[in-house]
Design a protein around this ligand. Structure first.
Ligand code: F6R
Length: 609
């Protein structure tokens, strides 16, 4: 996830681009850059670090006279944050400049072909192939050049393009990444999101998938995928600036919950190639090395640890290698049984959590191989690991994690399938069927997000609770841990997660009339058992919210409220189960008027022990 802007009009472009980028920093802030057009020449200014560094470098852009330009704020995916990897990227002879948001999935193949034809690359990014392809297809007709270039691309992209030979126009392309055209009195904009244009105009044209737009002074033309000119009505923004930054939502947390289908797709799709093989680009373990692994330890904190609990059930079941899961602050001080035959999987959204980083160092000191699952590219945990797999969830701003957790689950599924196939504990056919199910998850999540109004209503009813319990078994229990944390950290309701079968060993004494219990019963092997535990708490007066799948409709009669979830592969239930409970936690906190994105006493990145 990155932010792009572009401007062509009567005013100097640089200050407008910088201001637009400042409104898109929520989409990434590893580096920033702008390219300005004048006849026969494109000038690029770019720098690693926050936008302020670039702002200082060009003194706010006040002295730069060009009135056409594009800009970018980066969330690193391919290649670490650095000056070279920052956008805009120039083609070999500087004829084209490109800014890009998204992922070019076939970039490695395209890069290889271009290199074989003598093109020298300056960066490690996937984006640079777009600039080089534009030069390869360069013709008198810029539309044809752009069309021939995008024909070669597989993946997601919103692009802003400048051509030194035609400095009075900007081309923009959109496929599976957001892009709008802003229509102001003094000129036209392109932008990844509305806040970037709001100080200048409320009028915009949303581009659809596959469309190409050309912005000239006083003229906007849009072509569809087939190359036909399309008439696009201009729309009006009705939001204020602060809600526009949150995509029209009240909080980043709900925006990020809603982004989960796209985040999952971004994590999954580049990892499965056309032949339905799993491509884990960041794993360099050989088959020999994989076969020598005697145990796996998953280590993390908080929600990342909860993702690890799901990972334990799954990886152990699929690979038959013993897997333990540990809280990083415990692992580091308990003299763990880890050696060179151990694989340690470290999970972290920020890649900077102090306890997790210390656990990683402890594992390495004992000779273990460390594979990390991280969201922030170039973070300390990523830098110190032997192998890194990125969850491409994009920047997560709300302190309570949602989309990062969901993409961590997805990455753990892929790791489990990958190791199991390499070790022969899963056949190719079994892997194919699991991948088929995995690819359906983003759409299934979209359906579940449609339950939001129902969950909001339910949350209003239970907003004034003092205590809550979440119960489940196996994978359902792993999700109960995360669902309970979600509710308590943002609503300040005391909440506990219990393995359903464990309640009767003490905690059931807390259940009385009106106690709120959420029963998770989606794992087919244990549904009946959990339902018995649900009856036990009902018999003691509890009010129960049940999550289960359609086929258990008759069993659900015992519950006070039931949320039905789509049937997914039994190993993937966590991904669908957590979403309604994130929504429930969010709406309870909303009803209690809590500071949802910044709950008291918490921080997004915990860099102290
Ligand atoms: C809870 C939450 C935290 C983090 C934990 C680890 O919503 O976000 O529990 O999961 O602090 O952080 P990372 O993943 O950055 O290592």
């Amino acid at each position: 996830m990155c932010g792009i802007v572009g401007y062509i009009g009567k005013k100097p472009a640089a200050p407008l681009l910088l201001h637009g980028l400042s409104k898109l920093e929520y989409r990434g802030y590893d580096s920033a850059g702008i390219a300005l057009a004048q006849p026969g020449h494109l000038t690029v200014y770019k720098s690693v670090g926050r936008l302020q560094v670039l702002f200082d470098q060009v003194s706010g852009g006040e002295e730069l006279p060009q009135t056409v330009g594009i800009g970018h704020t980066r969330w690193a995916t391919h290649g670490k944050p650095s000056d070279e990897n920052s956008h805009p990227h120039l083609s070999l002879h500087g004829r084209f400049a490109v800014v890009h948001n998204g992922i070019i999935e076939n970039y490695a193949q395209l890069k290889k072909e271009l290199q074989e034809n003598g093109v020298a690359f300056r960066s490690e990014t996937d984006t640079e192939v777009v600039a080089q392809l534009l030069e390869k297809h360069d013709s008198e007709d810029m539309l044809r050049t752009v069309q021939n270039t995008v024909k070669e691309l597989v993946g997601s992209y919103a692009l802003g393009i400048l051509n030194a030979a035609q400095p009075d126009e900007i081309f923009a392309v959109r496929r599976a990444s957001p892009l709008i055209v802003g229509v102001a009195r003094h000129g036209y904009f392109i932008a990844s999101d509305i806040p970037a244009i709001l100080p200048h105009t409320r009028r915009f044209i949303p581009l659809a998938d596959g469309e190409i737009a050309r912005l000239r002074r006083g003229e906007i033309t849009v072509w569809d995928e087939a190359g036909k000119v399309v008439e696009k009505p201009v729309q009006e923004v009705t939001w204020d600036i602060s809600s526009a930054e949150k995509g029209g939502y009240k909080h980043f947390m709900i925006k990020e919950i809603m982004e989960q289908p796209d985040a999952l797709a971004a994590t999954i799709s580049p990892r499965i190639n056309d032949k339905n093989e799993i491509v884990l680009d960041g794993i360099h373990l050989t088959e020999e090395e994989l076969k020598s692994i005697r145990r796996i330890a998953i280590v993390a904190c908080g929600s990342a640890y909860h993702a690890g609990v799901v990972g334990k059930y799954l990886i152990e079941k699929l690979t038959r290698i013993p897997v333990e899961v540990d809280i990083a602050s415990e692992f580091r001080y308990r003299d763990p049984l880890i050696d060179k035959h151990s694989l340690v999987i470290i999970i972290s959204q920020s890649g900077e959590t102090a306890d997790t980083l210390a656990a990683l160092r402890e594992a390495k000191a004992r000779g273990a191989r460390v594979l990390s699952v991280v969201n922030v590219v170039g973070s300390s945990i990523a830098a110190e690991s032997d192998d890194v797999l990125y969850t491409w969830a994009g920047p997560e701003i709300s302190v309570a994690t949602t989309k990062a957790y969901s993409t961590q689950l997805t990455m753990l599924y892929l790791i489990g399938f990958y190791i199991a196939e390499k070790l022969g504990t899963l056949t190719r056919e079994e892997v194919l069927s699991l991948l088929h199910e995995l690819k359906r998850l983003p759409d299934q999540l979209r359906g579940i997000l449609g339950l939001a109004p129902q969950l909001k209503q339910l949350a209003q009813r239970y907003a004034y609770l003092e205590h809550a319990f979440f119960i489940g078994r196996n994978l359902d229990y792993a999700v109960a841990l995360e669902a309970s944390l979600k509710l308590k950290e943002i609503s300040y309701i005391h909440s506990e997660a219990y393995a359903a079968g464990e309640l009767k060993h003490g905690t059931i004494s807390l259940i009385e009339d009106g106690t709120f219990v959420v029963a998770l019963a989606c794992s087919p092997d244990t549904v009946e058992k959990t339902l018995s535990n649900m009856k036990e708490v009902k018999a003691r007066g509890a009010e129960v919210l049940l999550l289960t799948t359609e086929e258990h409709r008759q069993l659900a009669e015992e519950a006070d409220h039931t949320i039905y979830l789509p049937r997914v592969h039994p190993l993937l239930t966590a991904s669908v189960e957590i979403v309604p409970l994130q929504l429930f936690g969010y709406y309870v906190a909303l009803a209690r008027r809590c500071d949802i994105d910044k709950p008291r006493n918490l921080a997004k990145s915990v860099t102290v022990e």
